[in-house]
Ligand binder design. Structure first.
Ligand SMILES: *Cc1c(COP(=O)(O)O)cnc(C)c1O
Length: 430
C-alpha cells in the first residue's frame, strides 16, 4: 500500500506487495505459519492495539503472507487496499458489514451466483438486512429500487452463469447519484479481464477460490477498496464516519482516509467476525496469481472455440456466451472486459433435463463439480445442483433453467474439449 512506480499487469501479478524476506532473503514469499508476533516492548504493544502503529499482533487480524496477497490483489484491481478472508461468501458479508445496520438494504442485480442469491434472499435477513433484487438491464428500475435505507448497489461484472456483462459505468452513475457505493463481484472475470474500479466501482469482492488461485486448491475471498468513496459525505455510514467506541472513539474515515474501509475490515471485521484466511491458503493463491494473465488468456481463447463449436451443433438449442457475436451483451466486451468475456457460459441441450443429466454423466475430461475457474474444465447442471434451492423464476433469472448446462472452460487443448463434448452429446441423445 506504499507508493510504487506503476508497473504493467504481468509484472504486478508476480511482484506487487512482495519483497525478499527481510530476515532470510527468501525470494518466494514465505508461509508465516504463526498465530502471534512478539512485541518489541509494552509501548510497542500498546501502539499496535491503539492502531497508532501498523504491525502484526495476531493472525486473526494480520499475517505477513496474507498481507502480501492483499497488496497484490489491491494492485491488480487498482485499489487503495484489500482485505482477504476465508471465502468469497465471507468477502460479501465483510464488504457489507461496515455499511449496514438492522433495517438497511442493498439493491442487487438478480443475475448472481446461486449461493449469493441464497445469502442475500435468506441469510442476511437474520442480521436485519434485506436485498431488493432488480434486473440491472432496466436502469430506471435500479434507480427506483433505491430508498433512504439503501447502503449499496451490488452486481457481478460477468454474471455467473447466464453469460451476462453488467454495464458497470451506468450502474456506478446511479450509485454516485444516490450517495452509495457500487460493489462488484469480479470473480468470474478476474482483474485481468475486468477492472471494476476503472468503471466507478467503490468496492470489488472476489472469491479467490476461483481464477485468482486457478487450480481448485483452496477457498478464499478478498474485498478491494478503491479508496475513492467519501464515507463522511452523509450520515449513512456511521461505522466509518463516526467515533468507534471499541477504539477509544477513533473515526476510521477521518484517521485513515482512503484506507478507512481496509483498516475497518481488519480492525473490526476480521477481529470480530473472524472469517480469516489462513497463510497456507494465501500462499497457494499467490502462486496462482503469478500466472493469472497467461491462464485467463488461454481460458478465453478456449472458451471462444468451444462456444462457437457448440453454437453450430444441431443438438444444441442455444449458447449464452457474451464472447459470441450472437450474444446481446457482445458489444459490452470492448468497454467492460476488453481482454475477453471469460470462460464461463451455459448452453441448452435440445433433449431437456434428462439429456443434460446423461450428458454430464458421460463426459471424460470435464469434471462434474460445483466449482468454476479451475485449470481443468468443469461442468455442472445447475438446476439439479447449485441452483436447486431457487424457485423456477429465480432459476430463469439466473439463466439456470432445467435444460441448461454450465461449462467452466479450462486451459487444456481446445480440440480435446470439443471431442469430449461431442461424444457426451452423442450419448445424451440415445
Ligand atoms: C464461488 C463464487 C462465490 C462464493 O465464493 P466461495 O469462495 O465459494 O465462498 C461468490 N461469487 C461468485 C461469482 C462465485 O463464483
Amino acid at each position: 500500500m506504499t507508493d510504487q512506480p506503476t508497473y504493467g499487469f504481468d509484472t504486478m501479478q508476480i511482484h506487487a506487495g512482495a519483497r525478499p524476506d527481510p530476515a532470510t532473503g527468501a525470494r518466494q514469499t514465505p508461509i508465516y505459519q504463526t498465530t502471534a508476533y512478539v512485541f518489541k516492548d509494552a509501548e510497542h504493544a500498546a501502539a499496535l492495539f491503539n492502531l497508532q502503529e501498523v504491525g502484526f499482533i495476531y493472525s486473526r487480524l494480520t499475517n505477513p503472507t496474507i498481507a502480501v496477497l492483499q497488496e497484490r490483489i489491491a494492485a491488480l484491481e487498482g485499489g487503495a487496499g484489500a482485505v482477504c478472508c476465508a471465502s468469497g461468501h465471507g468477502a460479501q458479508i465483510m464488504s457489507l458489514f461496515p455499511l449496514m445496520q438492522p433495517g438497511c438494504n442493498i439493491v442487487s442485480s438478480n443475475r448472481l451466483y446461486g449461493g449469493t442469491v441464497t445469502q442475500f434472499s435468506r441469510t442476511i435477513h437474520r442480521f436485519g438486512w434485506r436485498a431488493n433484487f432488480v434486473d440491472t438491464e432496466d436502469l430506471d428500475a435500479v434507480e427506483a429500487a433505491i430508498d433512504d435505507n439503501t447502503r449499496a448497489l451490488f452486481c457481478e461484472s460477468i454474471a455467473n452463469p447466464g453469460g451476462y456483462i453488467s454495464d458497470l459505468d451506468e450502474l456506478a452513475k446511479i450509485a454516485d447519484r444516490n450517495g452509495i457505493p457500487l460493489i462488484v463481484d469480479n470473480t468470474s472475470a478476474s482483474p485481468y479481464l475486468c477492472r471494476p474500479i476503472e468503471h466507478g466501482a467503490t468496492l470489488v469482492v472476489h472469491s479467490t477460490t476461483k481464477y485468482l488461485t486457478g487450480n481448485g486448491t483452496v477457498t478464499g475471498g478478498a474485498i478491494v477498496d478503491s479508496g475513492n468513496f467519501d464515507w463522511s459525505a452523509s450520515d449513512k455510514f456511521p461505522s466509518l464516519s463516526q467515533p468507534e467506541p471499541a477504539y477509544h472513539g477513533l473515526k476510521f474515515h477521518e484517521t485513515f482516509g482512503s484506507l478507512a474501509f481496509t483498516f475497518h475490515g481488519i480492525a473490526i471485521g476480521l477481529r470480530d467476525l473472524g472469517m480469516t484466511m489462513n497463510p497456507q491458503g494465501a500462499h497457494y493463491t499467490l502462486l496462482g496469481i503469478e500466472t493469472l494473465s497467461l491462464r485467463m488468456q488461454k481460458h478465453v481463447d478456449n472458451a471462444i472455440k468451444v462456444a462457437s463449436w457448440l453454437e453450430n451443433d444441431p443438438r444444441v438449442e442455444f449458447v449464452t456466451y457474451a464472447g459470441l457475436p450472437s450474444s446481446p451483451y457482445y458489444s459490452r466486451i470492448a468497454k467492460i472486459c476488453p481482454n475477453g468475456a471469460g470462460a464461463l457460459f451455459t448452453f441448452a441441450i435440445k433433449g431437456g433435463y434428462d439429456s443434460c443429466v446423461k450428458f454430464v454423466d458421460n463426459l471424460d475430461i470435464f469434471s462434474h463439480v460445483a466449482n468454476l475457474g479451475d485449470a481443468r474444465s468443469l461442468v455442472i447442471h445447475s438446476a439439479s445442483t447449485t441452483h436447486r434451492q431457487l424457485t423456477a423464476e429465480q432459476q430463469k433469472a439466473a439463466g439456470a433453467e432445467p435444460n441448461v448446462v454450465r461449462l467452466s472452460i479450462g486451459i487444456e487443448d481446445a480440440n480435446d474439449l470439443i471431442a469430449d463434448l461431442d461424444q457426451a452429446l452423442q450419448k445424451s441423445a440415445s
